[in-house]
Design a protein around this ligand. Structure first.
Ligand code: FES
Length: 137
C-alpha cells in the first residue's frame, strides 16, 4: 500500500477545507438570505402582474430582486446582484437582465449567463401570483 507524503496530506486537507467553506454558499442558493432579498419580502406584493412587460421585467433595486415575465402569465423573481463582482443589474431588455459593470447578461427565463464574465446564473427565488401581484413564497 503506497504511503501518503506530508505534502499530499496537506494538499488534501486544504481541498477538504475549501469544500467545507463552500457549503454555506451552496445552502443559501434559492432562498432569501442576507445577500438576497429580505425575508420580510416573503408574502409581500412586489409588483402587479400588469406592471411587468411581457418579454421583459422590472428591477426592484431596493428589494434586491428582478421580476420578469418571459411569456404572458409566466413570472420569475431573480436576485438583482450580479454573480461576477456584486454590482446591481441595471436594465432588462432584449430578453436579458444586464449588469452595467462588466457587461454580464442573464436570461429573463432562468437567470442563465448569456454573456460576460459572470460565473454563475442569477439565483431565482420561489414566487407566485396572488391577487394579481407577484410575491415571494
Ligand atoms: Fe456584473 Fe462584473 S459585476 S459583470
Amino acid at each position: 500500500m503506497p504511503e501518503i507524503t506530508r505534502r499530499q496530506l496537506l494538499r488534501s486537507s486544504a481541498t477538504a477545507a475549501a469544500g467545507l467553506a463552500a457549503v454555506p454558499l451552496l445552502a443559501s442558493c434559492g432562498s432569501p438570505t442576507a445577500s438576497g432579498p429580505s425575508k420580510n419580502l416573503i408574502g409581500k406584493p412586489l409588483l402587479a402582474v400588469d406592471e411587468i412587460p411581457v418579454g421583459g421585467g422590472h428591477i426592484l433595486a431596493n428589494d434586491h430582486v428582478v421580476v420578469t415575465q418571459p411569456t404572458k402569465g409566466t413570472f420569475h423573481v431573480f436576485s438583482s446582484t450580479c454573480t461576477h463582482q456584486g454590482c446591481t443589474v441595471s436594465q432588462v431588455q432584449g430578453g436579458t437582465i444586464d449588469c452595467p459593470c462588466h457587461g454580464s447578461k442573464y436570461s429573463i427565463i432562468n437567470g442563465a449567463v448569456k454573456a460576460g464574465p459572470a460565473p454563475r446564473p442569477l439565483p431565482e427565488y420561489k414566487s407566485q401570483v396572488k391577487a394579481g401581484y407577484v410575491e415571494l413564497t
